[in-house]
Design a binder for this molecule. Structure first.
Ligand code: UDP
Length: 471
């Protein structure tokens, strides 16, 4: 009774994050919006595995209440099990701990929000009789594909890769077969079944929040709400509340100090997300390519042994940066004046907001993508896994703010000449294609600012969600 009164005065939203910084960061940022813009209390249930220093720092600076839920040791989590499946198994194994955390909170929760891997915990909201939301920290086209996949599963027989034509999604662009998600590649693999259950799980929520905005994806969002299109499958409201990205924090770091000394929009920033890496051979080609481009660069270097090529689920303690023999001989000396190598981790949001940065060679994780386009920085799309190939296609073909390799970097090592050419195109030539790209990315930046400003589409959408929670 007292709790109900308290909830009316200050609603309490509980958000569940699956392991990995790529999942944790957008959940924390959404929680902060409830806290700062709606005066809600926000608690984050952060499911964690080995917590890296970067993750610790993100948790420390979250300004929300955080309850860490460690994943129990599971014999099923062997290294042969792919990351996607491991995430699903880990999240399933933590349901009892999540239940206990939810039921024992000093202040009763008013709403429960789960991220993409939180499907199994969604029914816990019923025990508290509170609304349950799905937060898709990616874009609307991806949301449509995930939700529509259980239908595609019935419509299409055999391997999707052999289907012969792009996958048709009602009201959205078709998804090219080379762009489909890794979890769709093998229909006999366990991750495919897990993936379908996520698609089904989303439809059982009370509403979906998606990290995009109306003006960026009007067609996809309209289709998601159209009862003759995606609305046939997803019958709950969809709120576009993005772009939800990290706010830059005032900090000094050697990277930023170095950037201060460089000319405006002259530097290409190279990074593959919170845990992504490329092969040794590819690292060497990137090094040669950057050198050949004769452009300035900041490169977050992570060798394959220091990270994993797939998602930020695992963190490594590797901190001896022995790049000798990895990068070309003499590379450090030759590029000392124009380049900066950063081991493992850079303050990415601050880097992208810096006026010296003019391009981003990125793995196109949605977090990095949003951070780049909301900073007005065009990209070199270098997709590696998850939905990044769709993101790269959207950035190059639909939004026109990126260039990309001729062949997918996961299929073949990208050569130094091609890398140099793309870097020069993004950074140096502010005429022709790159000036058009620059104009487009600035337009998107402004449209994002407008959507988030008071009365803008995303601000209004989040207010509607807040109203739903207040009841
Ligand atoms: N990030 C960072 N510094 C780094 C690498 C990554 O701050 O050196 C942050 C980046 O700003 C983004 C997140 O980690 O917020 C990565 O998320 P994204 O969705 O781009 O990719 P993922 O890591 O999930 O593949």
């Amino acid at each position: 009774m007292e709790d109900d009164m308290q909830n009316k005065v200050q609603p309490h939203v509980v958000l569940l994050s699956s392991p990995g910084l790529g999942h944790l960061i957008p959940v924390i940022e959404l929680a902060k919006r409830f806290l700062l813009h709606h005066n809600f209390k926000a608690t984050i249930l952060a499911v964690t595995t080995q917590t890296s220093e970067a993750e610790r720092e993100v948790l420390r600076s979250s300004s929300c209440d955080v309850i860490e839920i460690p994943v129990p040791d599971l014999p099923t989590l062997t290294t042969e099990v792919v990351v996607f499946t491991r995430l699903c198994l880990a999240m399933r194994a933590t349901v009892p701990a999540i239940r206990s955390a939810l039921l024992n909170m000093p202040l009763r929760p008013s709403a429960f929000i789960v991220d993409l891997f939180g499907t199994d915990s969604l029914p816990l909201a019923a025990e508290l009789n509170i609304p349950k939301f799905f937060y898709v920290a990616s874009h609307a086209w991806f949301l449509s594909l995930v939700v529509y996949s259980p239908v595609l599963d019935k419509l299409i027989e055999g391997s999707y890769v052999d289907h012969g034509e792009p996958l048709q999604i009602p009201g959205s662009s078709p998804v090219r077969l080379e762009d489909i998600l890794d979890s769709m590649l093998d229909r006999n693999d366990m991750q495919y079944k897990e993936y379908l259950s996520i698609g089904n799980g989303i439809t059982r929520s009370d509403a979906v929040l998606v990290n995009t905005w109306e003006e960026l994806q009007p067609r996809d969002l309209k289709a998601l709400r159209d009862n003759d299109l995606m609305g046939q499958v997803l019958k709950v409201p969809v709120y576009a509340v993005g772009p939800i990205v990290r706010e830059p924090v005032l900090e000094t770091s050697s990277v930023l100090q170095w950037l201060d000394k460089q000319p405006r929009e002259s530097v290409v920033y190279v990074s593959f997300g919170s845990g992504g890496t490329v092969s040794y051979e590819q690292m060497r080609e990137i090094a040669f390519g950057l050198e050949m481009s004769k452009q300035r660069f900041v490169w977050v270097v992570r060798t394959p042994s220091e990270g994993v090529t797939n998602a930020a689920y695992f963190t490594t303690g590797g901190s001896s940066y022995d790049w000798d023999g990895v990068l070309p001989e003499g590379f450090f000396e030759r590029t000392r004046e124009v380049g900066l190598l950063v081991p493992q981790w850079a303050p990415q949001v601050m880097v992208l907001r810096h006026s010296s940065v003019g391009g981003f060679l990125s793995h196109c994780g949605w977090g990095s993508t949003l951070e780049s386009i909301t900073s007005g920085v065009p990209l070199i799309a270098w997709p590696l896994y998850a939905e990044q190939k769709m993101n790269a296609t959207m950035l190059t073909e639909e939004l026109g703010v990126a260039v990309r390799t001729k062949v997918l970097p996961t299929k073949k090592v990208v050569g130094r000449e091609e890398i140099a050419c793309m870097v020069r195109e993004v950074i140096q030539l502010r005429d022709g294609r790159s000036s058009v790209m620059m104009e487009k990315v600035k337009e998107i930046k402004h449209s994002a600012e407008k959507a988030l400003s008071p009365g803008g589409s995303s601000d209004t959408a989040l207010s509607q969600v807040a109203k739903m929670i207040k009841g």
